[in-house]
Write a protein that binds this ligand. Structure first.
Ligand code: ATP
Length: 135
C-alpha cells in the first residue's frame, strides 16, 4: 500500500514540480478531483483552475490550464499546457491580460476576434489574479 504520492507537474517547456505529497486536488473537466494514496488508476482531462496539494502541514496552490492528469496508486502526473506556482504569478501582467481579454469579448466582434481564445485567456487571467491575491 502506498503511503505517499509522487506528484509531478510538467508543461511543454519544463518540469515545474516534483514532490512527495499526501493529497492532491486537480481541476478535472467534470469538477474537482481529490486524490489520496492508493487511488484507482485513471486519466482525466484538466480545465483551467487551481491544483492544490498537501504535504505535512503545508498546503500549496498552483495554476494549471488544460492537459491531462494520470493517476496511479503512488503517482500523480500532471501534463498541462501551462502551470505556475502562486509565487511565480505576475499579478499586474494577469490584470493586463484580463483587460485585453474582456475588451475582446465585449467588442462587436468581426472575423478577427477569436472568442474561444479570448475566453481561455480570461479564465487563465482570473485564476492567476485569484491566486496572486490569496498569497
Ligand atoms: P500574456 O498575454 O500576459 O502573455 P497569456 O494568457 O497569453 O498571458 P499564456 O498563454 O497563458 O499567457 O502563458 C504563456 C506563458 O507565460 C506560460 O509559460 C505562462 O506560465 C506564462 N505566464 C502568462 N501570464 C503569466 C503571469 N501573469 N505570471 C506568470 N507567468 C505567466
Amino acid at each position: 500500500m502506498a503511503e505517499k504520492i509522487n506528484l509531478e507537474v510538467i508543461t511543454p517547456e519544463k518540469l515545474v514540480l516534483r514532490e512527495v505529497v499526501d493529497e492532491v486536488i486537480v481541476p478535472g473537466l467534470e469538477g474537482e478531483l481529490g486524490i489520496l494514496p492508493n487511488h484507482t488508476p485513471l486519466i482525466s482531462q484538466l480545465k483551467t483552475g487551481v491544483l492544490s496539494y498537501k504535504s505535512g502541514n503545508d498546503k500549496v496552490q498552483m495554476h494549471v490550464s488544460g492537459g491531462f492528469v494520470e493517476v496511479l496508486s503512488d503517482r500523480v502526473s500532471v501534463l498541462s499546457d501551462v502551470a505556475e506556482r502562486t509565487e511565480e504569478i505576475d499579478l499586474e501582467r494577469a490584470q493586463r491580460a484580463r483587460e485585453r481579454a474582456e475588451k475582446r469579448l465585449t467588442s462587436s466582434g468581426g472575423e478577427d476576434v477569436d472568442f474561444r481564445r479570448a475566453e481561455l485567456k480570461l479564465q487563465r487571467a482570473l485564476i492567476r489574479i485569484q491566486l496572486a491575491n490569496s498569497n
